[in-house]
Design a protein around this ligand. Structure first.
Ligand code: SF4
Length: 317
């Protein structure tokens, strides 16, 4: 296990089981609490409680247009808590520099990340809104991994989010321990196959950012690298790109394993390509071969060991 530090994740308090919703209930999510919670620490935040609305409370909703959204009372539209939620979000975001991800409660006029019901002047709703609190937090910390609890039930999105959280944690650790040209180049090298599984072009762009580090402002380079790196990991890592990466890694065993082992490995990658087995099958096999035939470069690659294995995320993609 190479995960010395547990990432901290911001989260809508109701998802942890806190009874803070407008009707005095919670919305505890089992996977978030019981599974992911074994490997991360949560920082629960309920913006509506924080601005003093209390519970139970009269419901609120988003009204207006996507360009001009307000959060108003359902029963009493003269109640407008938009400014209070936005101010709280700005203050909170300024104190969230140490978190490595954020899970929002979906559909909420405060916490919803996307597709929140937005009511027009005639009282008709379209799913075009973003929660007032979530919008300001996401604008303030644009590279942080974000997800909603509903979307985390999708195996692909779940794996993508957790991968980004752990990658971002490593990046934060690098920045906190001091930037140097060597540290940046080392980080880039160790994430080569991970980034390639999302985008080969992004890996090349990242490489170009680090190609001239003498006499430049490393802070500026790191800012640009962070933006490109986190955008790359957000892209869906398709089966084709995973196969390409697996074949590259397999190449390092070329002269170290015999014909029958090579065939076994090839067959497991092909079975993954044909969607007969999940990604965990070829990656586990590769790891077992590298345990017996160590290669320093591959051992350093985060691709084969990106987050705690017991989460079982690669069993489902
Ligand atoms: S969705 Fe957000 S505002 Fe609503 S109860 Fe949950 S944490 Fe509080």
């Amino acid at each position: 296990m190479r995960y010395a530090e547990r990432p901290v994740i911001g989260i809508s308090s109701c998802l942890l089981g806190q009874k803070v919703r407008y009707d005095g209930t919670a919305k505890r999510d089992r996977w978030i609490v019981d599974q992911l919670g074994k490997h991360v620490d949560y920082r629960p935040i309920c913006p509506e409680m924080a601005i003093g609305l209390g519970t139970p409370r009269p419901p609120i909703r988003l009204v207006g247009t996507p360009e001009q959204m307000r959060v108003r009372g359902v029963e009493d539209p003269s109640v407008d808590v938009t400014d209070a939620l936005e101010d709280f979000a700005l203050n909170t975001a300024a104190q969230l520099g140490d978190i490595s991800g954020y899970v929002f409660m979906s559909k909420s006029p405060s916490c919803g990340m996307e597709r929140v019901k937005l009511y027009n002047a005639k009282g008709h709703a379209e799913k075009k809104g973003v929660g007032a609190y979530a919008r300001v937090v996401m604008q303030s910390l644009p590279h942080l991994p974000y997800e909603e609890e509903g979307r985390l039930h999708d195996a692909m999105l779940r794996e993508n989010f957790v991968n980004r959280v752990f990658a971002y944690r490593r990046w934060q650790t690098l920045r906190a321990t001091g930037l140097s040209a060597k540290a940046l180049i080392d980080f880039h090298a160790r994430h080569k196959y991970m980034v390639m599984a999302h985008s080969q072009a992004a890996y090349q762009r990242l490489g170009r950012l680090l190609s001239h580090l003498k006499g430049v402002d490393l802070g500026e380079v790191a800012d640009a690298y962070e933006a490109e790196f986190m955008t790359a990991l957000k892209r869906r890592a398709g089966r084709k790109r995973h196969v390409n990466v697996l074949q590259h890694i397999q190449g390092y065993l070329k002269d170290r394993i015999d014909g029958s082992d090579k065939r076994e490995l090839l067959e497991s990658i092909e079975a993954y390509r044909r969607e007969e087995v999940p990604l965990v099958v070829p990656t586990k096999l590769l790891r077992s071969y590298f345990r017996r035939n160590p290669d320093h470069y591959i051992d350093q690659q985060w691709y084969l060991d990106p987050y705690p294995e017991s989460l079982g995320l690669r069993n489902a993609i």
